[in-house]
Design a protein around this ligand. Structure first.
Ligand code: UDP
Length: 366
């Protein structure tokens, strides 16, 4: 049997692509290296709690088209992400807002907060921030940078804040109002029934082969389809022939605790350098769970090496330049589409992955 598309990877990009292709009457074969679908949005059920096995995922978007699209496959709850940051024995609200500033400096008005920030960076004369450190300092001043950003970022990325791109910190809202919502987006929530069910619905009626490593079986798989949608690492696709792109990997220490509520919040960030993990996730709180036990995951970040799970692309100038060279190579492929976080080497949020897949499908098939 020949298929119209061979889709490599059953994560969000691959699953949306498969759904859209099937909707247009195309046939697809999806191959997935892991023993389950849904990629990094996969959740595992532990004592009735959806455990975000590959890290916390909170769906948020301002794109009504994407919001309406995912709502076809799940109903979303009203969870609003409001992480708390722990620096030594001090506790702060995130993202950076009047609650954070009030706690940090004992002040109460926006003008007081702005004056303190301005006074802390006056001597730096930053006009155009060149890196994450300059960007953070110019936005929130020295105290917030030192206590809530520097340690966390250096643990998360394994690099000095001066060697990281400024866009990473611009993911976080900065507000001079009392509002702990981590996102500025119009729509937000966690799918009722979990993320895996979304992937199941997207892949309904599509042939999926689990535990199949495409790159090891290329010779047998390639002839099965006219076109290939590849969502794995673009550098690995080319056997790293131009060099190895850098990624951060994440390791989770997950345990079930015989108590109802461990930390009182889904996400607590540990922002000092001394604590080895970056954050603790208490999964039940994403869904207002009332189970008698709780499951927590401590998240440790490390430099990716061959054989590890790649999580975050390190989008600094060096890696972006290397990616561009792989991208050039990929443009010469006649029948391979590269998509998703690993295929495009991009720090993608879920809504952007869906949007990119939909756009690509329309270009490809309409
Ligand atoms: N960040 C920080 N302190 C925090 C939370 C985030 O300095 O308490 C910085 C850090 O550099 C991180 C970036 O903001 O990599 C983006 O954070 P986000 O929560 O968006 O990261 P993700 O959830 O994707 O890991």
């Amino acid at each position: 049997m020949r298929y119209d598309y061979l889709i490599v990877g059953a994560g969000l990009y691959g699953a949306v692509f498969a759904y859209e292709a099937r909707k247009r009457g195309k046939t697809c074969l999806v191959v997935e290296k892991r023993g389950h679908i849904a990629g990094n949005i996969y959740c595992e059920d532990i004592s009735g709690i959806h455990v975000h096995k590959y890290g916390a995922h909170i769906f948020h978007t301002s794109d009504k088209k994407v919001w309406d699209y995912v709502n076809q496959f799940a109903e979303f709850n009203n969870y609003i992400n409001s992480p708390v940051a722990k620096y030594k024995d001090e506790l702060y609200n995130l993202p950076f807002n009047m609650n954070t500033f009030s706690k940090m400096w004992g002040i109460s008005t926006p003008q007081e907060a702005k004056d303190i920030i301005a006074s802390q960076i006056a001597d730096l004369h930053i006009t155009e921030p060149q890196n994450l450190e300059e960007q953070a300092l110019s936005l929130v001043g020295r105290d917030v940078y030192e206590k809530l950003i520097k340690g966390y970022t250096e643990k998360q990325w394994g690099r000095d804040c001066k060697d990281l791109p400024s866009f990473i910190i611009k993911r976080l809202p900065l507000r001079f109002i009392y509002d702990n919502n981590y996102f500025n987006d119009r729509y937000q929530g966690i799918p009722i029934g979990g993320y895996t069910a979304i992937a199941e619905k997207l892949l309904e009626g599509v042939e999926v082969r689990l535990g199949v490593d495409y790159l090891r079986h290329r010779d047998e798989l390639d002839p099965l389809a006219d076109r290939i949608v590849y969502t794995g690492m673009i550098d690995e696709f080319y056997d790293y022939k131009l060099g190895v792109l850098e990624y951060r990997s994440v390791r989770f220490e997950t345990e079930e605790l015989e108590m109802e509520n461990y930390q009182g919040n889904a996400v607590v960030n540990y922002t000092d350098r001394e604590i080895p993990y970056t954050r603790i996730i208490e999964h039940k709180h994403f869904e207002f769970g009332k189970q008698p036990t709780t499951v927590i995951s401590r998240e440790y970040s490390s430099e990716w090496k061959k054989g590890d799970e790649p999580y975050y692309p390190v989008n600094n100038d060096k890696n972006n330049a290397l990616y561009e060279r792989y991208r050039e190579l990929s443009r010469q492929e006649n029948n391979v589409i590269f998509g998703g976080r690993l295929g495009e080497y991009k720090y993608y949020d879920m809504d952007k992955v869906i949007s990119a897949a939909l756009t690509r499908c329309a270009e490809e098939m309409d």
